[in-house]
Design a protein around this ligand. Structure first.
Ligand SMILES: Nc1ncnc2c1ncn2[C@@H]1O[C@H](COP(=O)(O)OP(=O)(O)O)[C@@H](O)[C@H]1O
Ligand SMILES: [Mg+2]
Length: 414
C-alpha cells in the first residue's frame, strides 16, 4: 500500500479520519475541543498522533494560539484538514496562511455556505431551490406572501434551527419564539416538494469516481415531528435511470463547486423523476451512512477522504455484497432512562447487523426533534429487497422505542 510521509494538522475529533490518516503513514497533530478529549485518551497511545485541546476548533485564532502554546507553528505541517463540517473552512484558511496542502478556501466555502453553494450550482444550470438571505428573521414579512419557504442557518447542520414556514401564521409563531439577542443572517428557500435522497461518493481529479444513492425513510425535516432519520441504499441495478441522472447532476454540481479531490455527501429532492439539488458537503455523511456504504459496497469513505487529502490514489473498489442495506436512528420516550435494550438485544432483531445504543441507564433521552444528529441509538439493517429492509427498520424502530422505559425527570431547583 502506498504510504504518506505527511505532517498533518487535523481539526476536530472524528476517529475514522484520524485512523485513516495514520494508517496511510501520516503523522497527525489533532486539535480537539475539550469535550472530545476523553475519546482521544481512550485510544492506544501512538507516536504518530499528538492531541492538543483548544476551546473551539472552528476558530483560527484558537487553533494557532493552541499550536503556539505547544511550540508549534503552521510551518510544521504539510497538510491541514478537517472532517468536521464546522471546521472545514478554518482548515482551508489556516492551510492558505501556512502554505500547506488543503481544500482551497473558495471550495471550502462552496461546500459549506448554503447561499454561495446554491448560487454556483444554479449558475451551472443545475435545478436548485430558489433562495435569498435576510439579516434578521424580522426582515421576513408576510407582505406578498405567495408560497411556503424554509428558513435555516447559512452554514448549519443536522436540520438544527431549520423551519418550514407553510403560511404567514407559521412565520408569526417563529417570530414570537425567536430568541434575543437576534441571530442571523438566515437563508430563506422556496419549499421543494418531493422525496429526499442522499448521494455519497468519491471525486478525484475532478471526475466522479464512485457513488451510491440512498433514499431517506422520510425527509430529514420530519424529525421536527419526532420521526427518526434513516435511509435505504438504492440498488444501482434496480434504478439505472436514477443513477444516470444522479451522475450527471453530481458531475455538474461538483464542477461548479470546484470540489475536485475528496468525498462528498450530497442531498437532493426527487419528484416525478426530476432531481433538484439541495446541498453538498465535502465530508462523510452523518449517522450510519459510512457504515451502510462500507457494508453494501466495501467502499471506505473516511479512507478515501484521507487518500484524497494526502494526494494518494483511490483504493480499488472491492466486489460488492448483494444484500440491500439501510441504517436508521432510534428514538425513545422522553424522561430519564430506567431500562434500555443492550446492543446484543438489538442485534438479535431481524436483519440487524450493526447496532449502537447511545442511551445509558439514568441518562436523559435527547429531544430528537431538535437536530438529526441526536439519537437514542442507531442500527444497520439488511435484507433481500428495499421494501423488506424498510419494513424491518420500521419494526425495529417500534421495538426499540417500546423496549425503553423512562421515568419523569426530577425537577431541578431553579
Ligand atoms: N428548500 C427546502 N424544501 C424542502 N425541504 C427542505 C428545504 N431545505 C431543507 N429542507 C429539509 O430540511 C432538512 C435540513 O436542511 P438542509 O439544507 O439539508 O440543512 P442541514 O442538513 O445542513 O441542516 C433537509 O434535509 C430537508 O429535509
Ligand atoms: Mg442536509
Amino acid at each position: 500500500m502506498e504510504q504518506s510521509s505527511a505532517e498533518v494538522l487535523l481539526l476536530g475529533w472524528y476517529e475514522p479520519a484520524l485512523t485513516a490518516l495514520t494508517e496511510l503513514g501520516a503523522h497527525v497533530v489533532n486539535v480537539l475541543d475539550p469535550r472530545d478529549l476523553h475519546k482521544a485518551r481512550a485510544l492506544e497511545p501512538s507516536d504518530a498522533v499528538r492531541f492538543l485541546t483548544v476551546p473551539d476548533t472552528r476558530s483560527s485564532e484558537e487553533v494557532v494560539s493552541g499550536l503556539a502554546r505547544h511550540g508549534l507553528t503552521l510551518s510544521a505541517f504539510s497538510h491541514v484538514c478537517s472532517m468536521r463540517e464546522l471546521s472545514v473552512v478554518t482548515a482551508a484558511v489556516l492551510a492558505a496562511v501556512g502554505g500547506c496542502a488543503s481544500l482551497d478556501v473558495p471550495t471550502a466555502i462552496a461546500v459549506r455556505d448554503k447561499f454561495v453553494q446554491k448560487q454556483l450550482v444554479r449558475a451551472a444550470g443545475v435545478p436548485v431551490t430558489a433562495c435569498r438571505v435576510v439579516d434578521l428573521l424580522t426582515d421576513l414579512t408576510v407582505d406578498g406572501w405567495d408560497r411556503p419557504v424554509v428558513v435555516k442557518p447559512l452554514a448549519g447542520g443536522g436540520s438544527r434551527d431549520t423551519h418550514v414556514l407553510a403560511d404567514p401564521q407559521s412565520l408569526a409563531r417563529l417570530l414570537a419564539e425567536a430568541p434575543e439577542p437576534p441571530r442571523g443572517p438566515w437563508l430563506v428557500e422556496d419549499f421543494v416538494a418531493g422525496t429526499e435522497l442522499h448521494v455519497d461518493g468519491v471525486v478525484r481529479a475532478g471526475r466522479v469516481q464512485w457513488f451510491a444513492v440512498s433514499r431517506y425513510l422520510t425527509n430529514v425535516i420530519d424529525i421536527k415531528a419526532g420521526v427518526p432519520v434513516g435511509s435505504v441504499v438504492l440498488e444501482p441495478a434496480g434504478h439505472p435511470g436514477l443513477y444516470a441522472a444522479t451522475e450527471a447532476l453530481l458531475q455538474e454540481s461538483l464542477d461548479a463547486l470546484g470540489h475536485r479531490e475528496g468525498i462528498f455527501h450530497l442531498e437532493m429532492f426527487e419528484r416525478d423523476g426530476a432531481l433538484t439539488f439541495s446541498e453538498c458537503a465535502g465530508r462523510v455523511g452523518g449517522a450510519m451512512i459510512r457504515e451502510s456504504i462500507r457494508y453494501r459496497f466495501g467502499v471506505d469513505l473516511p479512507g478515501e477522504w484521507a487518500r484524497a487529502a494526502l494526494g494518494l490514489p483511490m483504493a480499488p473498489v472491492p466486489a460488492d455484497r448483494p444484500e440491500v442495506c439501510g441504517w436508521m436512528q432510534f428514538s425513545a420516550p422522553a424522561g430519564r432512562v430506567v431500562e434500555v435494550p443492550d446492543v446484543a438485544a438489538v442485534l438479535a432483531q431481524p436483519g440487524c447487523v450493526e447496532a449502537i445504543v447511545s442511551l445509558t441507564k439514568g441518562a436523559t433521552v435527547p429531544d430528537i426533534s431538535a437536530a438529526s444528529n441526536l439519537k437514542a441509538g442507531s442500527a444497520l439493517v439488511v435484507g433481500d429487497t428495499e421494501e423488506q429492509v424498510q419494513a424491518r427498520m420500521l419494526a425495529l424502530s417500534d421495538w426499540f422505542a417500546r423496549s425503553v422505559t423512562t421515568e419523569a425527570e426530577p425537577c431541578r431547583p431553579s
